[in-house]
Write a protein that binds this ligand. Sequence first.
Ligand code: HEC
Length: 142
Amino acid sequence: MHDKRWVILSVGFIALATASCTDLYPDADVMPTRADGAAFFSENCTSCHGVDGRGGGPASSGLSVAPTDLTTLSAKNGGTFPQARALSYIYGDPGNSHLARVMPEFGGEMAEDLVPVEIEGVLTPTPRELAGLLFFLEGIQQ
Ligand code: HEC
């Protein structure tokens, strides 16, 4: 479900990218880094996933579903970081916002500033914050 949405988004964005490269990436000369992702993570994600990303944040004990250990996403996916799945989960799926889901969606704050990122082999216009998170999350894999 979430994978599909990310694929649909990607296809739409690629069409846009072909139409007008410069308009789509106004700030692409300054790409987000792992440190940007770490800062966003520290502000928005550690309450549940913990400072180390392993899922033991202060808010985690009160949740009906335990926050995922984000350092083992690759290990649990045959050694490959599940880029599209992770990003689409973080971004959320506005079309299915009625579905019960413990983790909040973060796409609402991300849509405006797109940067080109290679996701599973395809150059994909990606919200800046999401790209930073991708670099950070890939960096903390065990
Ligand atoms: C309110 C607590 C909470 C916050 C805040 C939160 N998460 Fe989560 N996260 C969860 C829970 C719980 C799950 C397990 C799935 C579910 O029930 O939503 C999860 C799952 C995930 C997954 C899915 C892993 C997989 O199996 O593919 C990723 C990736 C993730 N979180 C990243 C993040 C990032 C990055 C942030 C900050 C931008 C964040 N989370 C903020 C609670 C949270």
